[in-house]
Design a protein around this ligand. Structure first.
Ligand code: ARG
Length: 426
């Protein structure tokens, strides 16, 4: 296998510090006779990244890089997703999917700065992430070869551990977990183990950011989020930088159990799979944004934007971030957001988040039109004529259908003749 692999003298490996990518360092060296430079992109995953880097060096990495991309992640990827109310299949806020193009772009940048001929990632051949990485790298770094050890080698977890032993590879001694977890500021994705049976409820042990249901406060908590131009800027009145803001929302909403998602998901490669997520901050901010939009955008724009939003979410999921269509959809969305400025009150309680109040200087809700109380200025007398014309197409179609029916069945007991469709003026 892998004949002709000797060409790559240097490979940049997207490295998380987990078992797959630890074993991959040595495997790439052996299979491709290449130096391996590991790249760890900090998108807000928890865990000890510096320790993982030291381990990579001890395991033979020629060089290691750690790049803090949290700010870029929020500003360039998460905020456009908030503006587009991005939820794949209506439920998944795309936490893993949004980070992949940023990691891929950073891989290409590091490869070109270091003169590497290839990049490598630890994705399997069954998921979406390989699509996202490969498509982005082919687009941004067309000369680069993509190596995907896990897709190429025939090792399961036990084989990988055995390979690590025989090759003296230091792996983190963690209690055996059957789950595969991907984490960043926008959420956690948990797969594998018992979760693979969609009939079984996710065991408590898979959750980390949402505490235990016994610890969720009995009383609801209200949190206000202020938006400027469709982007959240303040929480409970305090201005926060984008990264702090997302972290704060994760903490506040997570404490109430908000953000657990149990989804039967349709992957790009045609597989259906059961996916479990914890995305407290994402779901809270998306709820707040959606609610504010409903106050400030007119109906036709809301309806049309929902189509664009949906297309944006599909496209991000499908790994097409670096595409003219994504840029065009974002340009449209941005053009609608100036008025999405105002404040939303969220209520967090026992796993749920709901917008319970919203205000904006750009509100389209005119109290003197909508009120059932005193002082209404809505011209109710105009409603009668409006309703006649509004319903006219249906009235005509119904009358025609009735006329055709009585022509077909002349002996029908009570032939329903076509009636005059317009009211006689009073
Ligand atoms: N199904 C999700 C997605 O395609 C999450 C994938 C998470 N990956 C993982 N190693 N757990 O975006």
């Amino acid at each position: 296998m892998n004949e002709g692999n000797a060409r790559e003298s240097k490979v940049v490996l997207a490295y998380s510090g987990g078992l797959d990518t630890s074993v991959a360092i040595r495997w790439i060296q052996e299979q491709y006779r290449a130096d391996v430079l590991t790249l760890t992109v900090d998108v807000g995953q928890q865990g000890e990244l510096e320790g993982a880097l030291e381990r990579a060096r001890r395991n033979g990495a020629f060089d290691t890089r750690l790049i803090d991309a949290k700010g870029t992640f929020v500003r360039e990827f998460l905020w456009p997703a908030v503006q587009a109310n991005a939820l794949y299949e209506g439920v998944y806020p795309l936490s893993t999917a949004l980070a992949r193009p940023l990691i891929a772009r950073t891989l290409v940048e590091v490869a070109s700065a270091s003169g590497a001929g290839a990049i490598a990632h630890g994705c399997t051949g069954k998921g979406n992430d390989q699509v996202r990485f490969d498509v982005a790298v082919h687009t941004l770094g067309p000369g680069l070869r993509v190596i995907a050890p896990v897709r190429e080698w025939n090792m399961n977890r036990t084989d990988e551990i055995a390979y690590a032993k025989t090759h003296g590879i230091e792996i983190r001694v963690s209690p055996e977990s059957p789950y595969s977890v991907d984490e960043n500021l926008w959420g956690r994705s948990i797969e594998g183990g018992r979760l693979e049976d969609p009939a079984l409820a996710a065991p408590e042990e898979v959750f980390d950011w949402t505490g235990h249901p016994d610890d969720w406060p009995r009383e609801p908590e209200e949190v206000t989020v202020d938006f400027e131009g469709g982007v959240p800027v303040r929480v409970n009145g305090s201005a926060l930088d984008p990264v702090q803001l997302v972290q704060t929302m994760n903490r506040l909403a997570g404490a109430h159990g908000v953000g657990r998602i149990d989804h039967i998901e349709d992957r790009v490669v045609g597989i259906k799979s059961r996916e479990t997520y914890e995305c407290p901050g994402a779901l809270a901010l998306l709820e707040a944004h959606r609610s504010l939009e409903s106050l400030v955008l007119p109906r036709d724009l809301l309806q049309f934007k929902a189509l664009v939003d949906r297309r944006f979410a599909d496209l991000v999921y499908e790994g097409l971030w670096f595409s003219p269509l994504r840029e065009a959809l974002c340009a449209f969305v941005r053009s609608t957001q100036e008025v999405v400025t105002g404040s939303v009150t969220l209520r967090l309680h026992q796993g749920s988040v709901r917008a319970v109040g919203r205000r904006s200087d750009y509100s389209l809700l005119a109290h003197e039109l909508a009120t059932y109380g005193t002082g209404s200025r809505f011209p109710q007398e105009l409603a009668v004529g409006f309703i006649h014309l509004y319903g006219l197409p249906n009235q005509l179609a119904h009358a025609r259908a009735e006329a055709a029916r009585s022509a077909r069945n002349p002996e029908e007991n009570e032939p329903r003749a076509a009636r005059a469709v317009l009211p006689t003026p009073s």
